[in-house]
Design a protein around this ligand. Sequence first.
Ligand code: HEM
Length: 442
Amino acid sequence: MKPSSEIPRPAGSLLNHSLRFAKNTMRFYEDAFRECGDIFATRIPGLGNWVYVCSLDLAKIIVEAPPDVLAGGDIEGFSLAHLLGKGAASQLDGPAHQERRDVTAPYLSTQESRRHVEEFRAITERRLAQWPLGKPFPLVLELQRIALEALVKVFFSAAGPEKIQQIADVYQRFSFKGLRSPASVHPTLQVELGPWSPWGRVKAKQREVFQLFAAEIEARLAAVDQPDQDDIILGLARARLKDGSRLSREVILTEILDLLFQGHELTGDSMTWTMGELITNPEVLAELRRELDAADTAASDPPYLEAVVYEGLRRRHSNFFTTVRRVKQPFELGGYLLPEGTLVCVCYPALSKREDLYTQPQTFNPGRFLEQKPPTDARCPFGSGAHACAGQGLAVVIMKTALATIARKADLKLAQPEVHPVRNAYWYEPNKGMLVTLEQRR
Ligand code: HEM
């Protein structure tokens, strides 16, 4: 077994890596795979030691490793518990993690999410009605907002339209001015120097979101003994854990904030990338519109629409790795011994463009997902194994509903010459937010 220092690294100096990584992260990873093969390592300053795998076999080894060897929840240095609170499912491992996932799963499933389709459609239509005609605007902000309102509606099921707006506004301020602030991720900036300091501003937004969410959760819990009422907040409050205990108000709050953090931007960003592909591939958009026109809108689940969503997630993604784990005990991977503390992950940009897995991987061809079912292994854009995305059913239903509504009702044109991914704190969005012009409403 070889030491981890012998894992292939892309050629060039550390500075060269950092510059290429910052300029176009997706291309950096694709090139690294071409240059190094199924496993490679990087050390980008500020990110730590990472090992990436790009093959299904190596990914399977990661997914199947037990949590005391490769942890998926306890990945210190990579957690936002100092902002979102402690004890969300995503921070747990082993039986406690599975137990919590079992509580939330019924509320995030595809079947349950489909009950909200009309609400998601109404949210999309209301936003779309406000888009300016003939004037460029950043699509990503609109689609993130649609995703956010959809998730708020699911989580706070008793809230009316005004309350949903209020909750979404407060969360959005926290997201843009708190979570995205450099102070959130750099411990050296996390010093209390008054309300106008970077950390002071983050804390103010955090207080605002905690206060409102805690009050809304408390109000909802008045219905905890009414069996005819149910949603994820009531489900979390009613859950009795194996040791007989119940979840505290603080943990319920953290769980809801974590689900919003994990879900809203990724869903909005993914829809934006897919919409961009539809705009630049008019024959695919025409095929989708033909399917949607022929569909019985209330009951059907059009297959091409789902294929568009999965091909969008494969072709352009908002997160560059799935299945992130931290090594807890020396671990062998691909013939190398990884020391404790190493971060390993599946390099999704490389895996999803492998020519032995996808014919003509660089083309946007939803038809491929009519023949092969959406993947459940490491090819899955939502990850796989114990920590696979908890909200994937809900995310797909939101994306299908919003994209279908926009495809039916709006003619959009790209209003910027070139689109590439740029990092916004945690995920990757299109540069300039993908400027588009609404040419006409249909
Ligand atoms: C297109 C949208 C989305 C994408 C591409 C996405 C992708 C992912 C990925 C790749 C992971 C890590 C999986 C792994 O480690 O193997 C993840 C985890 C997670 N996602 Fe999503 N996600 C999306 C939407 C959502 C939504 C809408 C929610 C909430 C409703 C959500 C909640 C979560 C949670 C809670 C986790 C952590 C799971 C755990 O550690 O047990 N995600 N997601």
